[in-house]
Design a protein around this ligand. Sequence first.
Ligand SMILES: Cc1ncc(COP(=O)(O)O)c(C=O)c1O
Length: 463
Amino acid sequence: MATTEPAVPSDTKTLQELARRHLWMHFTRMGAYDQVEVPIIVRGEGCYVWDEHGNRYFDGLSALFCSNLGHGRADIAQAGADQAKELDFYSTWSYAHPRAIELAARIASLTPGDLNRVFFTSGGGEAVESALKLSRQYHKLTGNPNKTKVIAREVAYHGTPLGALSATGITSLRTPFEPLTPGGCHVPNTNVYRLPEGVPVSSLAEAVRDRILFEGPETVGAVILEPVQNAGGTFTPPDGYFQRIREICDEFDVLLISDEVICSWGRLGEYFGSQRYDYLPDIITTAKGITGAIAPMGAMIVSDRIAEPFMHGDESFLHGFTFAGHPVAAAISLATLDAYEDEGVLEHVRMHEGALRDMLESLRDIPIVGDVRGAGYFQSIELVKDRDTKETFTDDEAEVLLRGYLSGELFRRGLICRADDRGDPVIQLSPPLISTPEHFEEIEGILRPVLEEATRRMDVHVG
Ligand SMILES: Cc1ncc(COP(=O)(O)O)c(C=O)c1O
């Protein structure tokens, strides 16, 4: 817009007006802000952020599962500023630069097995998109040109690019954009809380095998799974699940992609979620905590075996992004990885994840709390209408519960977390990895009265 007015807003009212007029917020019902203020976060320090009115919030979501070290790490930001002075930007298309090289080697030293080849991206969706494309080109190169399909799980979120969206298993996010990239197939997720009676847990991994057979093994190129599935509410894998998935992938020459955009960099108390559950993927996709969210970055990490056919003669992976491996982001990532190591962040998560879980378990006396699940600093509470029967809320009721009450009330009381109904209604917590049991008490102090009030409002069976 051409304007002669100053572009820099000076006060809260101006920011609100400019946000309403010009900012297109992601996955956001913009119309809602005709009635209420846009929440504008202006500052962060440690586990807290402040809005433009000076209200303080505990960042129980680490922004979006990514500010793993909390906020306000001037020392890490400085590493980015120093890098910008030395080499502001060069790409990783045909060229390399020291920080991308050092970071790739550093990441390779932390990954499981032979996942030694790092292809940077600008974020998680691009990492997933890269993995799906790599799978297709890999199979073409190795004589299986029809292995183009990808198997993913229902309700899983793998990002928004059209290819990644074909793996994403959330119907409402897919239908507006159909037809999607062909090839996405879905199997049940590991929601054992809602596993029908009599259905063995082992059937969840076998569903992948059945689907491969149904589609035709010669057409299936990859399986993509999160170590702990976020959407639906932190579904953890049953014992042996990933070991069986690995066997199935090997049986049919299908690549196992571990989508660790959230589940890496300490979120589950290990550098990589696959390490926690002791399986070896062919590809890991990551982003978010790779830079502690101080700069945007993602990566696809590929095993030597899968990278091998691309490393000879005229071959190349015909794919790339201008800013992938940006030197400033890479310098920030290196400083972030130093902090994870020097400050014992993973050990801290392992030491305190039990306290986080105990706090959430202590809420089970509130009738609306149906299930508590998750791993590490990545936990959810599923909300139900009747705990005995596990009856869930209707769509309309979930709308009233989540958007009509919980989201706003938790925020008003100073807790940022996610009240979500991409599956059944859940509250998700993913606090900064530096948070302590004192913070968990603070979270409980907000969650308990709000869930008790939700129980009353929603006519929950208190039996
Ligand atoms: C498992 C998973 N994969 C992919 C993505 C997409 O990442 P991004 O939003 O950085 O594109 C996300 C985002 O939350 C995610 O959780």
